[in-house]
Ligand binder design. Structure first.
Ligand code: 5GP
Ligand code: MN
Length: 335
């Protein structure tokens, strides 16, 4: 958590005269959108306005969240996003650890901005900013926003909008309150959020019961070709660009596919490889159990990073070569 003196400095920044901007990582997920909108609604309770800026578009299944439609998507509104960041007095950097994780457009804007920068995030190895609240043992940035509100002694300001957003972020980043580092504290906070008006059934249904028939067909294709290697400890899944096109791929359609690999009895690692729809690279998702560290593995071999049990990467070879390289590297790993 921020130190008491940092909290009082931050409090002095949160005043109506200051322009506040909240930024998330590229390809924003439930936690990125949930923490950002949760913070925006909290600031609004304090009588402060804030712009939420995301580098690129986010999945439809997150657009039900209160004020999701007001989010500025930098890819579509360059001028507005650039000016807001340039003019900001305070920038909250949520759910990512380094400027470059917000992409080629927004990343350099953050670096150049004159604003005071406040990072709240749970990824490994954060860059240095004016104020840093980084904790890799907390399962979601949305939970950290609640801790932040608590450290300001303002949990009484938490209303239904804030509760819904933070609940969604915690629910999605913990895979439905299941993943490691989901703690008693997480559940206590979630209980508070329910008391403040977050409806678990509504949120789950809006966020997760949103399959299209074509997404299920895509999933069936992926599951039909699951392969396990390394004595059943590693699951491999993959999709090609032509297949994405054939099934009318939309952003977010493949979210969660990688988790199915971990549901196979005995697996420790699941890896999902997907040809990018537009550019010539392979997007990789890694998931792991217990102490198997896919963050280090992805940093070392696949130009990526993330958390111990959930990481991603990018690779500029064909999908066949990428999977071959992966099999070679994973065979050498000690688990
Ligand atoms: P996902 O597999 O859902 O895309 O990503 C899993 C986790 O790894 C996320 O927390 C995300 O922040 C991180 N991650 C994904 N791709 C990359 C990447 O290319 N570089 C780094 N450093 N982290 C990534
Ligand atoms: Mn997160």
């Amino acid at each position: 958590m921020f130190t008491p003196s940092e909290i009082s400095s931050i409090q002095k920044l949160l005043i109506p005269n200051n322009k506040i901007v909240i930024i998330t990582h590229y390809n924003p997920d439930g936690d990125a959108i949930g923490s950002s909108l949760g913070l925006k609604h909290f600031l609004s309770q304090k009588g402060l306005e804030a712009d939420v800026i995301v580098p690129n578009d986010f999945p439809k299944f997150l657009k039900w969240m209160p004020d999701a439609k007001k989010i500025i998507i930098a890819d579509y509104k360059r001028k507005q996003a650039g000016e807001a960041i340039y003019n900001a007095d305070v920038i909250f950097i949520l759910d990512f650890n380094a400027s470059h994780r917000s992409g080629n457009l927004v990343g350099p804007w953050i670096e150049k901005a004159r604003a005071k920068k406040i990072l709240i995030d749970h990824h490994q190895q954060p860059e240095d900013f004016d104020f840093v609240y980084s904790d890799v043992n907390i399962p979601a940035t949305s939970q950290m926003i609640y801790h932040f509100i608590d450290s300001l002694n303002e949990t009484d300001l938490v209303n239904k909008d804030i509760a819904e957003c933070l609940y969604t972020g915690i629910m999605t980043d913990t895979g439905g309150f299941r993943f490691r580092s989901t703690s008693a504290t997480t559940h206590r906070i979630v209980a508070n959020l329910i008391e403040k008006g977050a409806d678990p059934a509504m949120i789950t249904s809006n966020t997760w019961d949103t399959n299209t028939v074509s997404r299920l067909h895509l999933l069936a294709l992926v599951l039909g070709r699951v392969e396990v290697v390394k004595e059943g400890k590693v699951a491999i899944l993959w999709l090609k660009r032509d297949e994405l096109k054939e099934f009318g791929f939309q952003k977010g359609d493949t979210e969660g596919f990688v988790n199915y690999g971990l549901s196979i009895m005995g697996t420790q690692v699941s890896a999902f490889f997907m040809e990018d729809l537009y550019e010539d690279f392979i997007k990789i998702s890694f998931r792991s159990k217990e102490d198997v560290d896919v963050n280090q593995f992805s940093r070392k071999y696949f130009n990526g990073g993330g958390h111990i049990n959930a990481a991603g990467g990018k690779y500029r070879k064909s999908i066949e070569e990428t999977i071959e390289d992966f099999k070679e590297k994973i065979a050498e790993e000690d688990f």
